[in-house]
Design a protein around this ligand. Sequence first.
Ligand code: 13P
Length: 284
Amino acid sequence: MSIISTKYLLQRARQQGWAVPAFNIHNAETIQAVLEVCAERQSPAILAGTPGTYKHIACEEMLALCRAYSKSYNMPTILHLDHHEQFDDIVHKVNAGVRSAMIDASHFPFEQNVDLVRQVVNFCHRADCSVEAELGQLGGQEDDKNVDAQNAFLTDPQQAVEFVHRTGIDSLAVAIGTAHGMYTQPPKIDFDRLSVIGKLVDIPLVLHGGSGVPNDDVTHAIRLGVAKVNVGTELKIAFANAVKAYFAENPNANDPRFYMRTGMDAMKQVVHEKITLCGSEGRL
Ligand code: 13P
């Protein structure tokens, strides 16, 4: 059992009309929470770490945890680099053993985005590492980066065709109206745009900002070509609220095995719901 890339998994998901949920993880407990559910439901899942996550636990340590859990749960594990922006950082982590990377150069003008992504693809493909890149830009807060509404812009379908062709990426993150973080009002997803992109681009599409997106919108997006659904904030909220409630009820508690377990159980509920929503159960 090993650390694998997302290339064939996401292709299979797109062809068959389901999606792989990608969960943002931060430590051993959040990895365990995701994998306990995945093992029970026999679902593939992507464990996604932002650059900030790998500052909290070094990539080598995260890989060691994933390899150990992969063996214990008898299933392959995908450790993904979420929203990585630096070529050298990706090289270092792929050399350490990561096999799934997102290069986010979406803040650059188109030509610069293409150049950096192509450089990452050339390196990663030699190491059997799949590459996701973003065209257009999502708003909201992700890691320590905040993109306000004025700077967010949607993916242009024709540019998407050129982008995929010139970069050789394995999956494309699209900006279609979702945002990172929780929504104050329901997101307005541009399904017409997604439908055109889905017809023109045959690689798997990725939906970022999955927290708080109504279930019908997620399933609609999957029907139009989305094969990876990213969820972060909803997991953190569930975990934190459960731990807060635990301490409110047990003000003298101090044993992490108990208060962490309440957080993990609440997070596991969300993981269950997203696996059902994405239709990934039994697809290991
Ligand atoms: P949310 O935190 O809004 O679920 O977004 C997660 C994400 O898109 C990670 O890349």
